[in-house]
Design a protein around this ligand. Structure first.
Ligand SMILES: Cc1cc2nc3c(=O)[nH]c(=O)nc-3n(C[C@H](O)[C@H](O)[C@H](O)COP(=O)(O)O)c2cc1C
Length: 161
């Protein structure tokens, strides 16, 4: 799966991503820490929010955090392009897992953007969480949702007369 995740377009071969596996007891430990952090940010949030945060990393046996590495000193390859590569790594990992018959989903939620959670996961100042890819055995068929009509999204550019 990781071999697929690294086969993504990467302008300048910067490898602007890395992976952090969260598995076993670490999932619950992270959930507890995230719940504590959530409570400190919003003490009024209540029991449902607390439980949701505690369980965030417990839905699947493996959560792979895809970290975007965005060196601000890199003035040759735009940061947007490096972030897009990290997004591609998320999608490639997702598709590899699904292609191998696992259930997989790409989630973020507020913890992905919280500096304390990022620090807890060991991110550096120039790193961001592109996604948490949850991977496991599907418990049920994922519900299908309405997809956009691709032809409605397509226009054809013509040169100005
Ligand atoms: C960057 C990113 C973050 C996402 N975060 C969440 C999330 O936190 N919670 C959620 O329910 N879906 C989130 N999604 C959407 C799911 O990955 C997924 O698209 C959704 O569950 C529907 O599944 P489907 O795309 O297979 O139909 C996110 C998608 C992206 C691209």
């Amino acid at each position: 799966m990781l071999a697929s995740a690294v086969r993504v377009p990467d302008h300048g071969r910067r490898v602007p991503f890395r992976f952090i596996a969260i598995a076993g007891d670490a999932r619950q430990a992270l959930g507890e820490a995230v719940a504590e952090r959530g409570r400190s940010l919003d003490p009024q949030a209540g029991a449902a929010a607390w439980e949701k945060d505690r369980g965030r990393f417990g839905h699947a046996p493996l959560v792979v955090t895809v970290v975007a590495r965005l060196d601000p000193a890199d003035d040759r390859i735009p940061a947007q392009e490096r972030l897009l590569s990290a997004g591609c790594a998320c999608f490639a990992l997702l598709q590899a897992a699904q292609g191998m018959g696992f259930g997989a989903t790409w989630l973020t939620g507020w913890p992905a953007y919280d500096p304390e959670v990022q620090a807890l996961l060991g991110l550096g100042p120039d790193e961001r969480i592109a996604g948490f890819i949850h991977i496991g055995t599907p418990a049920l068929e994922a519900p299908e949702r309405e997809r956009p009509d691709p032809s409605a999204l397509l226009t054809r550019w013509t040169p100005p007369a």
